[in-house]
Write a protein that binds this ligand. Sequence first.
Ligand code: 5RP
Length: 264
Amino acid sequence: MDWGMKNRLSQVIQPDGHCFFLPIDHGYFQGPTRCLEKPGETIKPLLSFVDALFVTRGVLRAVVNPDNSKPIILRVSWATSMASGDLANEEITTSIEEIIRLNASAVGISVFIGSDYQRQTLLNLAHLVNDCEDYGIPVMAVTAVGKELEKRDARYLALSCRIAAELGARIVKTYWCEDFQKVVESCPVPVVMAGGPKCESEREVFEFVYDGMQKGAIGINLGRNVWQNAHPVAMARALQAIIHENATAKEAVEIFREVRAKCV
Ligand code: 5RP
């Protein structure tokens, strides 16, 4: 692997081999998502707990301080919205020059396996890998399901992750599921877990994150289950403990309670 690629990967994946990415890219199709109406305010208390921000170029320029930023994973596919049609109908929206200009440590792009736009989104990934590999920029593929959340089982996710890795993604982001080891074991590149809609309880989040880590994920890319929680700082600290300190779900609940008590 070339020095630039290694260096960028080491900015987003920590020396322990694990990572905690904070996605705030939701506005790219959801508009002003709850608790992300002012993304600059949302991230301020959370930045010290996370390893990288997953963000669009617009929000990056508008609210992220370039003098003191976490590594940036730039969202570079979109062109759909909740207000219309099929969420899978995405294109690459950001040029390689812009990716370099913004000094992104990595880029993120969605693929929608099994959708009407499978071919288009896989070709998007292939073209992005072609461009980014020339400059040593890692591509993170997001195995997206749009509104069809019920698709998220091990068979489907293993298929999606493997195809994304075969096309050259350096990291694959996917959903946690039962038998998650089947997804990780058949994917030749590191797998990061996304969160999905907010869970019923904090314990539920900690349990799936802990289980996924035990089964081989290298980390998380968790948004709504962090910043839509009533206590986002406690949530971020507890998740950091699972990712980087090998805390169990039970220990994470204790950490969450301790930090919440200090914050009120
Ligand atoms: C949307 C994304 C988001 O980054 C992803 O959904 C992670 O956020 P959350 O944990 O809120 O699901 O890629 O396609």
